[in-house]
Design a protein around this ligand. Structure first.
Ligand code: B12
Length: 235
């Protein structure tokens, strides 16, 4: 069934309301229905990012407690099971076996977005080494030196974790000293629409090579970096 753009807008707005009110059963049903009716999984994902962003703001205003954040994470996790196969299909071209190291920086335990990005890359032919959450800069560096990846993806959702991110970038640059270090890119709720857009600039000022907004961005960037690496190797 194909629905009109207007109807799609109304139904996505309804989905966002259900997400924000933490109505797990209704959210899962709405996601299944939207996918069934041909709505792009990317639009649905965007709806989640916005909805979770609003929950975060409500948490800041004291309208939700940490339990609200936990439940929103669980709803996202359940919904990802429905969304991921379709997102992968929509992602397009299959990548050429690049290697990407990914992890959530020290002090931060958010992992939903990181897992999504990892899964997405793997589904498109990349080898992903996922270091998990709360990863100290030195642990990143050890893996980078051992594995020499095409790129390093760092997840960051907490403002307080800018400092360890800066340390990581500094450590990598200092260790490579003049040699070409693997590019470092950063993703995570910190940079998405619901947060202050100037923060992305702050992250870039730390010397990060790229900032990605979602799993699609991540895939396109990694494809491009692998292509560039191959071109340089044949020069
Ligand atoms: C769910 C959630 C939690 C869950 C996380 C569950 C989990 N397993 O991840 C739990 C309950 C554990 C949690 C805990 C806390 N949280 Co919290 N949390 C959230 C919330 C609501 C949603 C995050 C999320 O998963 N979004 C969905 C995913 C899919 O979206 P995403 O992260 O943007 O990911 C996409 C892209 O960014 C990209 N991407 C993401 N990661 C990566 C990584 C790489 C490498 C790449 C390439 C791409 C990429 O791809 C993804 C798909 O498109 C956010 C609100 C928000 N605005 O994001 C707050 C939020 C991040 N949390 C916040 C806070 C304050 C906390 C706590 C400190 C609360 C407390 N007092 O305990 C703790 C911190 C714990 C810690 N040390 O990390 C604040 C951070 C504020 C700040 N500026 O620092 C936020 C912004 C809420 C707010 N507005 O106050 N949280």
């Amino acid at each position: 069934m194909v629905i009109t753009p207007q109807e799609q807008q109304v139904r996505l707005a309804r989905l966002k309301t259900l997400i924000v009110s933490l109505n797990e059963v209704a959210v899962l049903q709405a996601v299944a229905d939207l996918l069934h009716d041909g709505v792009s999984p990317r639009d649905i994902l965007l709806c989640f990012q916005n909805g979770l962003g609003e929950i975060g703001e409500m948490y800041q205003r004291g309208e939700y407690y940490v339990s609200g954040l936990i439940l929103s994470g669980e709803i996202m996790r359940q919904s990802m099971r429905l969304l991921m196969p379709r997102l992968v299909k929509e992602g397009g071209a299959v990548g050429r076996s690049g290697l990407v190291i990914i992890g959530t920086i020290e002090g931060d335990i958010h992992d939903l977005g990181k897992n999504m990005a990892s899964y997405f890359l793997e589904a498109h032919g990349f080898e992903v080494v996922d270091l998990g959450v709360d990863v100290p800069p030195r642990a990143f560096l050890k893996e980078i030196l051992q594995r020499e990846p095409n790129a390093v993806g760092v997840s960051l959702l907490l403002t307080t974790c800018l400092e360890p991110l800066g340390r990581l970038v500094h450590l990598v640059r200092a260790t490579y000293h003049g040699r070409q270090a693997p590019p470092i890119f950063v993703g995570g709720g910190f940079m998405t629409a619901s947060t202050d857009p100037t923060l992305a600039a702050e992250v870039e000022r730390l010397g990060v090579d790229y900032v990605v907004r979602d799993a699609f961005d991540t895939l396109n960037l990694c494809l491009e970096l692998t292509r560039r690496g191959e071109a340089e190797a044949t020069d």
